[in-house]
Design a protein around this ligand. Sequence first.
Ligand code: SF4
Length: 186
Amino acid sequence: MEPRSVKSGPGRSRHDKPLVGTSACLLGEPVRYDGQAKRSVTVAEELSRHVALRRYCPEVGIGLPVPRPPIQLVRFADGVRVRGVEQPDEDYTAALTDHADSVTEPLCGFVLKARSPSCGLGTTPLFDRHDREIDTTSGAFAARIRERFPEMPLCDEEDLEDPDFLREFIRRVYLYRDAFGVLGRR
Ligand code: SF4
C-alpha cells in the first residue's frame, strides 16, 4: 500500500488527522511527580501540525496526586513491579496496566515520555531489590500499550528530535490509520 501524504490533500480536512496519544507532560501539563512538565517543542509544535494529539497521564489517571512520591521499576523473581521509591510496599503495577487497558480511543500512534516508570519505552532504569540499577526496560503503561497494539507506531520524544525519524513516524502513523481504517477525531 502506498502511504498517503501527511499533508491534507484533496478530499481531506484537518479532521482527517490521525489521533496520536501523547504523555501529557510532553505537552506542557505540569503533572510529573515533582509538579513540573517536560514540554517537547517537537511534539507540541511540530508533530501537532500533522496529527491530532490526545494527552494521557497514566499516573494521574490512576488517582495519584501532583506532586507525588517518586516510583521506580524493580525486578523480582516473578517479574517487574512498579513500586514507591520511599514506600516500597506501594505497588502500582496492576493499576497502571489496567489503565492502559482502559484506553479506547482510536489511536494511530503514541509518543511516550522517555525514562518514566510508567511511560518509558525501553529507556526506564530497572533496579534490583537492593536498589542497584541493573538494566533498562519499559514503564508499565507503555509496556501494556505495546502489547495491546503491537503494530501501532510508538516512540518517545527523544526519538522525534531526529528530523528523519519524525518524518518516518508521521508516515507510519498515516499508514497505520489507512491500514486499520482507524479514524482519528478531535
Ligand atoms: S506518568 Fe507519563 S505523562 Fe504522567 S508525568 Fe509521568 S511521564 Fe508524564
